[in-house]
Write a protein that binds this ligand. Structure first.
Ligand SMILES: O=C(O)[C@@H](CO)OP(=O)(O)O
Length: 253
């Protein structure tokens, strides 16, 4: 497409062990479930069927995104492409909510507070206390991240702020070079990127949810703005049902 020279594919990881248990996850490095692995493979098949073959992969440093990308690329026979990883693509740090049951938090604090923590743009959950079993403070993968950049909790606004430098300096150069870029990341880091791409307001972003394992394709113009606003899910029917399921998390026990 002459007016849309750049191709970007966003892929949220497949179902994780803590998605399945309905726990706030954030920076805790949980693995995929078997269902999540299948979703990742299906995601790769969808790419292959659509003839959308990534030339380069960008992932977070969390295994649910890393493994999803690996399984998807294997299914698309693109395991060999170059890979870049950054903590800036990590899931939102969920502070003191990490490891907590979403339904229990909703019950304890009420729907309004639950949704404020979960989907408001600028209200972070309380900070993760020192010494929590769900802290990543001693994790060697973050040794190179200066302490002033290391979150103890984040709202979506914080995620936008830490993710955007990577979008501009890490991902755009690959697009500019004509590469089809696959970004394998997380519900909230991808919400942050989509908010930026589609110019979604701080208020409206609370209503946007990203389904697991279904590629979302953006055709970008010369200014890296989407020609297809909102992107195009490769399996729109499955995406619709999965978006609903994410939105309703916390409502069921
Ligand atoms: O727990 C999390 O880290 C995220 C993604 O699974 O949850 P939510 O959709 O509630 O922001």
């Amino acid at each position: 497409m002459a007016d849309a020279p750049y191709k970007l594919i966003l892929l949220r990881h497949g179902e994780s062990e803590w998605n399945a248990k309905n726990l706030f996850t954030g920076w805790v490095d949980v693995n995929l479930t078997e269902k999540g692995e299948k979703e990742a493979v299906r995601g790769g098949e969808l790419l292959k069927e659509a003839g959308l073959l990534p030339d380069v992969l960008h992932t977070s440093v969390q295994k649910r995104a890393i493994r999803t990308a690996q399984l998807a690329l294997e299914a698309a026979d693109r395991l060999w492409i170059p890979v870049h990883r950054s903590w800036r693509l990590n899931e939102r740090h969920y502070g003191a909510l990490q490891g907590k049951d979403k339904a229990q938090i909703r019950e304890e604090f009420g729907e309004e507070q639950f949704m404020l923590w979960r989907r408001s743009y600028d209200t972070p959950p309380p900070e993760l206390p020192d010494g929590s079993e769900f802290s990543q403070s001693d994790d060697p993968r973050y040794a190179g991240v200066p302490s002033e950049l290391r979150p103890r909790t984040e709202c979506l606004k914080d995620v936008v702020q830490r993710m955007l430098p990577y979008w501009f300096d890490g991902i755009i150069p690959d697009l500019l070079a004509g590469r089809t870029v696959l970004v394998a990341a997380h519900g909230n880091s991808l919400r942050a990127l989509v908010k930026h791409l589609d110019g979604i307001s701080d208020a409206d972003i609370s209503g946007l949810n990203i389904p697991t394992g279904i590629p979302l394709v953006y055709d970008l113009d010369a200014d890296f703005h989407p020609v297809n606003k909102g992107g195009t899910y490769l399996d729109p029917e499955a995406a619709k049902a999965a978006i609903e399921a994410v939105a309703n998390q916390g409502k069921k026990k």
